[in-house]
Design a protein around this ligand. Structure first.
Ligand SMILES: Nc1ncnc2c1ncn2[C@@H]1O[C@H](COP(=O)(O)OP(=O)(O)OP(=O)(O)O)[C@@H](O)[C@H]1O
Ligand SMILES: [Mg+2]
Length: 366
């Protein structure tokens, strides 16, 4: 017999005794009648008490136990919320749900903290790994120089140039890292303003043209008949996006190929795409290339001098404009990166000059 059944029997016995004594006091003296009254009151009160305890307490307590079991197994989906009158009457029903929702909330917090901790650990590992390479090589060149202080001027110059190249790369890496970490922590906010995107595209192409020419790559802008396309965006950050996409298009294309920037004005947005006819991106890598430090072929990309942060920065900027970066690609045929920008509702625009902005901006363009 479990505890609640024993309590029910005890309760039945007490009620039986009390009702027999009451019957005696009221003058019932027949033994048979007294016995019948005692049995009836004992069994009915035992039954009543058993039903009450079973429904109000036993069931709920075993539900609380099974909730603990579910919480232990991180199963937070099977408890439905109960707002019925029964919940008001029976506080145990409420307690069960309170425990459950509190535990599921805490579990969510724990999962988020674990995710952030993994992110922080991986970021730190990635950063120290990436910083090591240029730092060690600059250190190596400087020490070689010190060991050969009396060597020819030409040899000394060669080592100095190599050390300088590694340090320039280190500088670029630190700037990119700063940008990305400020974007991830939300320190960098987009400065939205209305401006014409066409001159910005033309100026970005002009800036990047010397690199394209060194590979005999032709960069053309297809803008149909649009004289001006006024967008609502962050001028400098969109310049960074265009510069990154264009520099990738050049970096990952063969000599003598073509790159095309298309401007497609739609109802409320303008679609901008950068298309190359380069090496293309394998399907499995298409999502991952937007992760920081992800390079498809580590050695090949490193040779091309990238930090592996360009597309991660692009993604952050584009998402900061509440839109998405899209990618279509075919191996050995080329890739198209595209995104939408909101058209400015009124046609008022500020006259912008890239040269002026770059002079004013503390962070160098990526
Ligand atoms: N247009 C493209 N065609 C082919 N592969 C590309 C293209 N753009 C990016 N990739 C691949 O995606 C990877 C990530 O690009 P991302 O721009 O982030 O880094 P990166 O170019 O190596 O360095 P950087 O930080 O200097 O831009 C590259 O290393 C390259 O493997
Ligand atoms: Mg890049």
């Amino acid at each position: 017999m479990n505890n609640s059944k024993a309590v029910s029997v005890l309760f039945g016995l007490i009620v039986g005794v009390i009702s027999t004594l009451t019957a005696l006091l009221l003058g019932v003296s027949e033994g048979i009648n007294l016995l019948t009254a005692a049995i009836i009151s004992f069994s009915s009160s035992t039954l009543l008490f058993a039903i009450i305890t079973e429904n109000l307490f036993d069931k709920k307590i075993s539900e609380i136990y099974s909730s603990f079991e579910k919480i232990r197994n991180k199963d937070f989906e099977t408890v439905e919320s109960d707002t019925s009158l029964l919940r008001e009457i029976n506080p145990l029903k409420g307690i069960n749900q309170e425990i459950y929702s509190y535990a599921s909330l805490k579990q969510l917090e724990i999962d988020e903290l674990k995710r952030l901790e993994t992110f922080r650990r991986e970021f730190l590992q990635d950063v120290s790994h990436e910083l090591k390479t240029p730092l060690f090589s600059a250190q190596g060149f400087v020490h070689t120089l010190l060991d050969n202080i009396n060597a020819d001027k030409e040899i000394r110059e060669k080592f100095l140039k190599k050390a300088a190249k590694s340090l320039d790369y280190l500088d670029l890496l630190v700037k990119d890292l700063l940008t990305i970490s400020q974007m991830e922590t939300g320190e960098i906010k987009m400065k939205m303003e209305a401006f014409d995107i066409i001159p910005l595209i033309d100026e970005t192409v002009e800036q990047i043209e010397p690199i394209a020419l060194s590979k005999k790559i032709n960069v053309s802008v297809v803008k149909k008949d649009w004289k001006s396309v006024i967008v609502l965006a962050d001028y400098y950050r969109i310049f960074q996006v265009l510069k990154n996409l264009l520099s990738n298009a050049i970096k990952y294309s063969k000599d003598n190929s073509n790159i095309e920037i298309q401007i497609e004005k739609r109802k409320k947005v303008v679609n901008i795409s950068v298309e190359d006819s380069g090496i293309g991106i394998p399907k499995n890598d298409r999502k991952r290339i937007f992760e920081r430090f992800y390079r498809i072929e580590k050695s090949r990309s490193k040779k091309r001098g990238g930090t592996g942060l360009g597309l991660a920065i692009v993604k952050h900027i584009i998402e900061g404009h509440k839109t998405k970066i899209k990618l279509k690609s075919k191996i050995n045929q080329g890739s198209i990166f595209s995104f939408n920008l909101k058209l400015a509702p009124n046609k008022k625009k500020k006259k912008k000059s890239l040269a002026k902005i770059l002079r004013k901006t503390e962070v160098e363009p990526v």
